[in-house]
Design a protein around this ligand. Structure first.
Ligand SMILES: Nc1ncnc2c1ncn2[C@@H]1O[C@H](COP(=O)(O)OP(=O)(O)OP(=O)(O)O)[C@@H](O)[C@H]1O
Length: 583
């Protein structure tokens, strides 16, 4: 990675996220310069103390110097506390802003992106990578500048003591710095690999936690554990390498500075023999040599961390630069009331090579209900996704209310559609929040009314804390059918003009079955509907039927007409389904 690219990237992020924090940054700089002042003054005072003590100075003066030294030590601690407080404030405010931007961006990205990236990977971006950047936001500039000045200050002091010592130590600092940077550049790829390995691990973990039930029920636990062990084993090897490099850097700098101290002491001893230096000055040189180490290491650390953070910055910028494939429309208005749905010669595939839908044309009048049937994998769910514009067709047009969906604002179109998926997602939150999706402005009466309409009044009555009862996703109290009814209530509250229901294919017990039917009946009342139907009872709601076969329209027409025609595929499906039910 070219350093100037890194710095440019860093500057861009810094300017953007630190601008609102500039007052805090000024405060941080002031604190840092005071800290440096204290660091430089302390050895000077100590050296004077030693010289006065060894030359028999008066007790009063010595006490004053001792008290002054203690005061400086206390001030140094106070400044360190203040610095931590301000720096944490700055870095959290800036990184939280960046996190928010990333989350907003992730929500804007379309289904294609989310299919290609696991939630764990995205968590690592939003949390791991941003976390790596946290200290950069607060400390990088101030630290590099501050430590640079401290370094110059200490070297200046050494020149002031004796130019030979100053010159020798300047040469030493340059050599040490170059040596440390060399090692760093060799070590950087290991650190990048370490971050990637951690992202892979989180990706793995989130995927398997999400599929916990399937894993348990299919007895795949042993396989998951083995896979987990494999991922961790490879992570260990990578981390060990990265840590070893990190340690090599610490060891090198310690070794180098031990050499530096030895060099400084040897030089001082020679000059002491000459009578050029006092013992207090030698102490000062010793302290200064020690003091050179901290800023040199810190500048090295900052530069090294910047390299590490560069990988994070690259990934964050790349993520922010990823544009959704589905581009928001210019804002054509949709007509009021129930929406018609038209698919005009639609072709669609998720990837480049396989077409999932071919030649699909349907025209659903406002207020009518379309039942979509067909074998598993025939493209039924895919068709509903196109109506919500999760994807754009490769060819052909999808129209809502007669308007090309690509011309409408995504938010407006989606606000008019209510979707119940096969796999309803309930949040670990109260019943109220699950229904309103965290919109506090919806009054409780409306929520209760919606639940009542959906036939869930009894269910609500049994809940210990009513609307405040917490729902635990995947808990035994809520079956797939009940979850769908809750999702229907959620949608009823939004009062959409088109309802799309991808029916759960699981069989329901008779009571839940009745519940789902009441819910459906009321939800579809006065709205256009598309139901991906798996069961015979549900098909009965449809005015029109679309039979999909391998992504193509096999039959399309009024339900009654198709059912009455004994040669139709739909009539055939009905016969099979009736036999299944009656057996
Ligand atoms: N996000 C996706 N990315 C890639 N391929 C997908 C995606 N979703 C579905 N597919 C593929 O598209 C085809 C049609 O899937 P779709 O879910 O639309 O069928 P379906 O008729 O609804 O099936 P089911 O009745 O089982 O729900 C399948 O071969 C499936 O593997």
């Amino acid at each position: 990675m070219h350093p100037s690219h890194t710095l440019n990237r860093y500057r861009r992020l810094l300017v953007h996220y630190l601008r609102p924090q500039w007052l805090w940054m000024v405060l941080l700089a002031v604190i840092l310069f005071c800290t440096i002042g204290v660091q430089v003054i302390t050895p000077l005072v100590a050296s004077r103390f030693i010289d006065q003590a060894t030359s028999g100075g008066d007790l009063q003066g010595l006490i004053m110097l001792a008290v002054f030294t203690m005061g400086l030590a206390l001030l140094g601690q106070g400044l360190a506390v203040a610095e931590t407080y301000v720096a944490e404030n700055v870095s959290w405010a800036a990184t939280n802003a960046l996190r928010t931007d990333l989350v907003v961006h992730l929500l804007r990205l379309d289904a294609t992106f989310h299919t290609a990236h696991t939630p764990g990977e995205l968590i690592e971006r939003v949390d791991g990578d941003v976390g790596t950047l946290a200290r950069f936001f607060s400390r990088f500039v101030v630290y590099v500048l501050g430590n640079g000045i401290l370094l110059l200050g200490v070297l200046g002091l050494l020149y002031y003591v004796d130019w030979r010592v100053g010159l020798g130590m300047s040469a030493f600092v340059i050599v040490a710095f170059i040596a440390m940077l060399r090692i760093r550049s060799v070590a950087t790829p290991s650190w990048a690999a370490d971050r990637q390995a951690s992202a892979d691990f989180y990706g793995f973990l989130s995927e398997y936690l999400a599929g916990l039930q399937d894993i348990k029920s299919s007895g795949a636990g042993a396989f998951v554990l083995r896979r987990c062990a494999e991922v961790m084993r490879s992570w260990l090897a990578i981390t060990r390498k990265a840590q070893m490099w990190g340690y090599a850097m610490v060891a090198t700098s310690q070794g180098l500075f031990a050499l530096g101290t030895a060099f400084a002491l040897a030089l001082s001893a020679m000059l002491f023999k000459d009578g050029t230096l006092t013992i207090g000055t030698i102490y000062l040189i010793f302290q200064c040599t020690e003091m050179l180490r901290q800023p040199t290491e810190q500048i090295r650390n900052e530069v090294q961390d910047l390299q590490q953070a560069d990988a994070s910055m690259v990934r964050i910028e790349k993520l922010l630069a990823t544009m959704p494939r589905v581009v928001d429309g210019p804002g054509s208005a949709l007509p009021a009331g129930p929406l018609s749905v038209e698919l005009d010669d639609v072709f669609f595939g998720y990837g480049e090579d396989t077409l999932i839908l071919r030649n699909v044309s349907i025209s659903l009048a406002p207020g009518r209900v379309l039942g979509v049937v067909g074998r598993t994998g025939s493209g039924k769910t895919t068709l509903t996704r196109l109506c919500l514009r999760f994807y754009d067709p490769l060819a052909g047009v999808v129209r809502l209310g007669g308007v090309d969906l690509r011309k409408v604002h995504l938010a407006e179109a989606r606000a008019r559609i209510g979707l119940v998926t096969q796999d309803v997602h309930l949040f670990h939150a109260s019943v109220r929040d699950n229904l309103t999706l965290f919109d506090d402005s919806v009054p409780d009466e409306r929520i209760r009314a919606a639940l009542e309409t959906m036939g869930l009044a009894d269910w609500l009555g049994k809940l210990s804390q009513g609307l405040d009862t917490q729902i635990l996703p995947g808990s035994a109290e809520l079956s797939a059918g009940q979850a769908q009814v809750l999702a229907c209530a959620r949608i009823l509250l939004r009062d959409p003009d088109l309802v799309i229901l991808d029916e759960a294919s699981s069989r329901l017990d008779p009571a839940t079955d009745r519940l789902v039917h009441t819910a459906l009946n009321r939800l579809l009342d006065g709205r256009t509907g598309i139901i991906v139907a798996h069961r015979l009872d549900t098909v009965a709601y449809a005015d029109d039927i679309l039979v999909l076969e391998d992504g193509q329209v096999s039959e399309y027409g009024s339900r009654l007409a198709l059912a009455a025609d004994p040669t139709s595929r739909f009539a055939g499906l009905l016969r099979v389904a009736t036999e299944e039910v009656t057996i």
